[in-house]
Design a protein around this ligand. Structure first.
Ligand code: AP5
Ligand code: MG
Length: 185
């Protein structure tokens, strides 16, 4: 089962994916985590991404789709995975569709976590990540809003978009997500 989680920074994508990994037994593919590891390890991808990430900007589509293509070709993704923070743009969504089609797969659902901006600022101020400074968070949020409508329309047209209230405790949010995922298993 291939599932996409989208939502602004701090929406709880990573938090919910950890729970979903356990219940669905499929891997978690977070482009943000892969990029952070690449930056830490000083790889070519890390070098190409570091500047954009620390400024709260998107990393170019070409870099992202290469990462995803590589990760998807690993055997543990054969029966599905959870895409966290990918796709973020329409070209990325199109690439994902093509890559899954090549493998004879398709997306089962897209879950959009909806969280109020005040709550996001509150959540991220409690973390210690390099891109969580108030100035960079504001830019990450601006970037998110600018591109999300396009992505929403893309998945709405495909009948895949499910908006989920991301406010409340992680357990409450997880229950809401399960109601969407369970009937499709
Ligand atoms: P990425 O790593 O994807 O970061 P993000 O989307 O900005 O989101 P976060 O990871 O900050 O938030 P989250 O939704 O995972 O929330 P979390 O569960 O951690 O991307 C980072 C950067 O990489 C981007 O800015 C970009 O530069 C680049 N990038 C990545 N993918 C890309 C792509 N596809 N294209 C281009 N560039 C890309 O929760 C946040 C906090 O809130 C935690 O402390 C958590 O404990 C807490 N929390 C979670 N849920 C709740 C709850 N229900 N109640 C209270 N607290 C909660
Ligand atoms: Mg995350």
């Amino acid at each position: 089962m291939f599932i996409v989680l989208i939502g602004p920074p701090g929406a709880g994508k990573g938090t919910q994916c950890k729970r979903l990994v356990e219940c669905l037994q499929i891997p978690h593919l977070s482009t943000g985590s892969i990029l952070r590891a690449a930056v830490r390890n000083g790889t070519e991808i890390g070098k190409a991404a570091a500047e954009n990430m620390s400024a709260g900007k998107l990393v170019p589509d070409g870099v992202i789709t290469e990462i995803v293509r590589l990760r998807l070709s690993e055997p543990d993704c054969e029966n599905g995975c959870l895409f966290d923070g990918f796709p973020r743009t329409e070209p990325q969504a199109e690439t994902l569709e093509t890559e899954l089609e090549k493998r004879g797969n398709k997306l089962a659902a897209v879950v959009q976590l909806v969280v109020a901006e005040e709550e996001i600022l509150d959540r991220l101020s409690g973390r210690q990540r390099a891109d969580d400074s108030p100035v960079v968070v504001r830019d990450r949020l601006k970037g998110f809003h600018a591109i999300t409508d396009q992505l929403k329309r893309f998945y709405e047209a495909e009948g895949l978009l499910n908006q989920v209230d991301g406010m409340g405790t992680p357990d409450q949010v997880f229950e809401r997500i399960q109601k969407i995922i369970d009937p499709r298993r």
